[in-house]
Design a protein. Structure first.
Length: 434
């Protein structure tokens, strides 16, 4: 089975080229990519990270992320909507054998899993209003979620929920319910009103008296190898999307300049393709795209290294009780560094695209603005200021980053909630290369 990047690229790039050919028109018409996603599912894109022993391709993280950057260059919406599925598949390697035996065959058969985690106001930080209630034969799920990215394209959606006890008292912590998207009581809306990433199916999800079997509900404990790895991996996928957007800006800048005949009397009088200033502007876009991709791939290698360490120490087993391998923390820190720099690089590439042409670049028919809109929308998922602060705390005080595990309303001014930071040893540099 093809597992290396050159092999995977040869297999998927023709499909990516088809996706790229329709990307602009889909954006202009706001046409959701159901057909394109179906083709990717049928081609096995969603099973690339499933281990070979479980029937998947067993691709390394770095190779999968390179492929995801290629897809994001073709259409960043489609690459983005696979984020939740990719994170779910990644978490499976840390879960019990019976859970793997249930889900790996579904994934290798083409099933995908979306996301329904975030509640849009009304829940305090660290709490959820979506609730699982136990029944004699399973659970009942009730709640409302926003930003359910990818769920309308998926067979299942993974819902974060609090758990009630038999007396109706909500317990601390959270669970994940993996819910069929066609189950009675499930409503998925395409009501995302953002100015970018408009085709990811990021809308409202409502769950009303949804009955689930016991095995549909999975646990999650903050600070475990699974939680640390998946949090970093989820953010890495977004960074791959941003790197792909930067490459799309480079592609469109070069193509637009190469085909332009008109110029300005304030310029050199040369065709744009020969003008040194236009060449310089295009070169800066290319450098930003290169740097973004290189940074993302370095972070991906750190995650590959962390999984190798988890396998050596048994930290990838559900029963693991020991100290989390240092490599998992270093991988999360590598992603934190990338989260500060890659959004800025992608936004710069998308913005500078307009320095290479004139007012004609603002034509809605060309859709060149979609690169900036999409990059800005992806970048808002994790405020850069928070990530930069966490890195400063790490390098100054040795404080390990606090994984993204809760979103909600602030409890009160000056109060900090959520998991406490863990003071570690004096930090050691994350190597910039191999």
């Amino acid at each position: 089975m093809s597992t290396t990047y050159p092999e995977l690229s040869a297999r998927f790039q023709p499909l990516f080229d088809q996706i790229a050919a329709g990307s602009l028109l889909r954006d202009l018409e706001r046409r959701l990519p159901f057909d394109e996603v179906r083709q990717l599912d049928e081609a096995g894109f969603g099973a690339l990270r499933v281990p070979v022993a479980q029937g998947g391709a067993g691709a390394r993280i770095e190779d999968f992320i390179r492929l995801l950057i290629d897809l994001a260059e073709a259409d960043s919406n489609i690459a983005h909507l696979y984020r939740s599925h990719a994170g779910f598949v990644e978490s499976l390697r840390f879960l019990p054998d019976d859970v793997q035996a249930t889900w790996y065959p579904r994934v290798t058969s083409g099933a995908t899993v979306g996301n329904a985690s975030t509640e849009k106001g009304g829940n305090a930080l660290g709490t959820l209003n979506t609730v699982l209630t136990p029944t004699p034969d399973g659970w009942v799920l009730n709640g409302r979620k926003s930003y359910a990215t990818g769920s309308i394209f998926s067979d299942y959606t993974r819902v974060s929920a609090a758990v009630e006890d038999e007396d109706g008292v909500v317990q601390p912590g959270r669970r994940f319910a993996v819910v069929p998207t066609d189950a009675p009581g499930v409503t998925l809306e395409d009501d995302w009103d953002g100015f970018g990433q408009k085709l990811t199916g990021t809308g409202t999800a409502v769950f009303e008296q949804v009955r689930l079997p016991a095995e549909a509900v999975l646990g999650r404990t903050a600070g475990t190898p699974e939680a640390i790895h998946e949090a970093a991996y989820f953010q890495l996928v977004l960074l791959a999307v941003l790197a792909g957007i930067a490459r799309a800006a480079r592609r469109d800048a070069a193509a637009t300049v190469a085909g332009r005949a008109r110029t300005f009397n304030t310029g050199s009088g040369l065709p744009f393709r020969e003008d040194p200033l236009i060449q310089e502007a295009t070169g800066r876009i290319a450098a930003a795209a290169f740097s973004a991709e290189a940074t993302v791939l370095h972070a991906a290698r750190a995650l590959d290294d962390s999984l190798a360490a988890a396998a050596r120490t048994g930290a990838d087993r559900f029963s693991f009780q020991g100290e989390v391998p240092r490599e998992l923390h270093l991988a999360e820190i590598a992603v934190e560094h990338a989260q500060v720099t890659v959004p800025e690089l992608a936004l710069r590439a998308a913005q500078d695209l307009f320095l290479t042409v004139g007012a004609s670049a603002t034509s809605t028919a060309q859709g060149l603005d979609r690169h900036w809109r999409n990059a800005q929308t992806v970048a808002t998922h994790n405020p850069i200021a928070f990530r930069a602060r966490a890195l400063g705390d790490y390098w100054i005080n040795g404080t390990l980053p606090e994984g993204l595990n809760a979103i909600g309303d602030a409890v009160r001014s000056g109060a900090k909630t959520g998991a406490a930071s863990v003071a570690g040893p004096t930090p050691e540099p994350v190597s910039p290369g191999r």
